[in-house]
Design a protein around this ligand. Structure first.
Ligand SMILES: Cc1cc2nc3c(=O)[nH]c(=O)nc-3n(C[C@H](O)[C@H](O)[C@H](O)COP(=O)(O)O)c2cc1C
Length: 167
């Protein structure tokens, strides 16, 4: 096996990904078990780490942790439901346990998100290898509509209004 394939190619987290991660309420983590049975569950506590890693808090993710311990290839997706776009990321997960040297450092951005309210059992550190854009079909079906118009439609669909800008 070549050095390149052994070390696994990494893809970069760009500003568009960071923006959608900040605006997404949840990400969805997909794993697969030993029999090839897929598992996908929501995780609210997730954050970018550097240019090529997504951190996810294992607070109550027993099946995901068991699956990725045996099969570390995972898929993570997240969308900004109001802008109606997001990303799908395929990568390799590393389980970071409390007795690992980098646990405290890896936990720090996740603890900020929880405000310390939830105990984090492990950090699931996903090395980003492949990134695809997720677009709502409206973008291709109605290319004449602006993002602002699409957002207005989403606010109406979800029965919410954006907060007015606070000076
Ligand atoms: C809105 C929402 C947010 C959640 N966020 C997290 C999270 O950040 N981390 C976590 O471990 N579980 C989180 N959970 C709980 C898991 O999704 C849930 O315990 C799930 O059953 C775990 O499945 P798994 O064992 O297949 O990973 C969340 C659940 C919901 C509904």
């Amino acid at each position: 096996m070549s050095e390149m394939s052994e070390s696994r190619r990494r893809a970069q987290i760009n500003d568009a990904m960071r923006a959608d991660m900040d605006n997404a309420v949840l990400c969805w983590l997909a794993t697969v078990d030993a029999d090839g049975v897929p598992n996908v569950t929501p995780k609210e506590i997730f954050a970018a780490h550097g240019d090529d890693t997504i951190l996810i808090a294992d607070i109550a993710s027993t099946n995901s942790v068991r699956n990725l311990s045996a099969h570390p290839k995972v898929c993570v997706s997240f969308v900004d439901v109001f802008r109606q776009k997001g990303f799908k990321v395929v990568g390799t997960a590393r389980l970071v346990a409390p007795n690992d040297a980098d646990f405290t450092q890896m936990c720090a951005p996740l603890r900020i998100l929880t405000g310390g309210a939830f105990p984090i059992r492990h950090v699931i550190a996903v090395g980003v290898e492949k990134v695809s854009r997720i677009w709502a079909p409206s973008y291709s079906l109605f290319p004449e509509r602006s993002e602002a118009e699409l957002m207005d439609a989403a606010y109406r669909t979800y029965g919410v209004r954006p907060e007015p800008d606070v000076p």
